[in-house]
Design a protein around this ligand. Structure first.
Ligand SMILES: Nc1ncnc2c1ncn2[C@@H]1O[C@H](COP(=O)(O)OP(=O)(O)O)[C@@H](O)[C@H]1O
Ligand SMILES: [Mg+2]
Length: 288
């Protein structure tokens, strides 16, 4: 707790979110609690429809039609953004406090604006930079997320880039203000394995720089490559949480065991990694 006056960069405590279903309001996220420390990378794993996106969007204060906050609270760096004291969501932490990488770049990127200027926009929203300073900072950011020839790509439109490049642009915009918390909603699902690994490396270095990551996926293999801790969500409730090693080696819950057995190669890989200490070494790269 030395460098911060809070222990957790992100706290979600006993969060319940209702959704409209067949004319009724029913809970879809049920008393969910997740805490993530600065620099920690936490996986939220569960099947489709289990409430992962609703949870992340609540942290950003994005409730689409049919989704309603009921109870619980969310704090970013100790500051309540949703809860009894902030029932309508306090957006003051967006940008420098919390930002989000969506599954589909199409949701986050403006199709008719050059990508470089979209990153500049994200920067200038929070930091008072001149246009020229913002442009050169955007080019630095593009380089840091592995965009080659950033000077040329700066003036590309989203449709002129590959899916992997668009995803990198979105990540660059999301990390532009060095958020304390970065939320990722299955951001590599549509990408091939090589690009996925490169993108995971970017997230790992974002966490290494002190950002707390909450990384949503249905894929345990991704969690094993990126995260130190995880929560397993089932029908809106957390059924298990802990360190990667604890959950993978001694799962307590039936659903977790089922998830693990549906990715059979994982346990052996994990055991090998924990025995050699490789999973504590964030820079370690799995072979091709
Ligand atoms: N805006 C909404 N209106 C009605 N139902 C919703 C809404 N958003 C999500 N849901 C429902 O809530 C459940 C959880 O959704 P979601 O969080 O998107 O799941 P996941 O991201 O884990 O796949 C699903 O049954 C989904 O149909
Ligand atoms: Mg989802």
């Amino acid at each position: 707790m030395t460098a911060h006056d809070y222990e957790y960069a992100l706290e979600i405590v006993d969060l319940t979110i209702d959704v409209d279903k067949h004319g009724e309001r029913v809970p879809a996220v049920k008393g969910l609690t997740i805490r993530v420390r600065p620099g920690e990378s936490h996986g939220l794993v569960g099947e489709s429809g289990s409430g992962k996106s609703l949870t992340l969007r609540a942290v950003m204060g994005l409730f689409s039609k049919g989704a309603h906050y009921r109870s619980g609270l969310i704090r970013i760096c100790g500051h309540e953004v949703l809860g009894p004291d902030a029932p309508n969501y306090d957006s003051s932490m967006r940008g420098k406090g919390v930002s989000m990488v969506f599954q589909e770049p199409a949701v986050a990127l403006n199709p008719i604006m050059k990508v470089g200027w979209q990153i500049v926009d994200a920067l200038r929203e929070q930091e008072h930079l001149s246009r020229a300073a913002a442009r050169s900072r955007a080019i630095e950011l593009m380089t840091s997320v592995g965009i080659t020839n950033p000077e040329d790509r700066f003036d590309s439109y989203p449709f002129e880039l590959s899916g992997g490049m668009r995803q990198r642009v979105m990540i660059a915009a999301a990390i532009a203000c060095k958020p304390k918390v970065l939320l990722c909603d299955e951001p590599t699902t549509a990408l091939d394995v090589t690009i996925q690994r490169q993108i995971l490396d970017i997230f790992r270095s974002v966490a290494d720089s002190g950002t707390a990551l909450l990384y949503v996926t249905h894929d345990l293999a991704v969690v094993s490559q990126l995260c130190e801790t995880l929560s397993v969500i089932y029908h809106g409730s957390i059924v298990e949480d802990g360190t990667l090693r604890d959950v993978f080696d001694t799962p307590q819950d039936d659903y977790t065991r089922q998830l693990l057995s549906s990715t059979p190669y994982l346990k052996g890989a994990m055991r090998a990694a924990t025995n050699t200490g490789a999973i504590d070494d964030k820079t370690s790269e799995k072979g091709d």
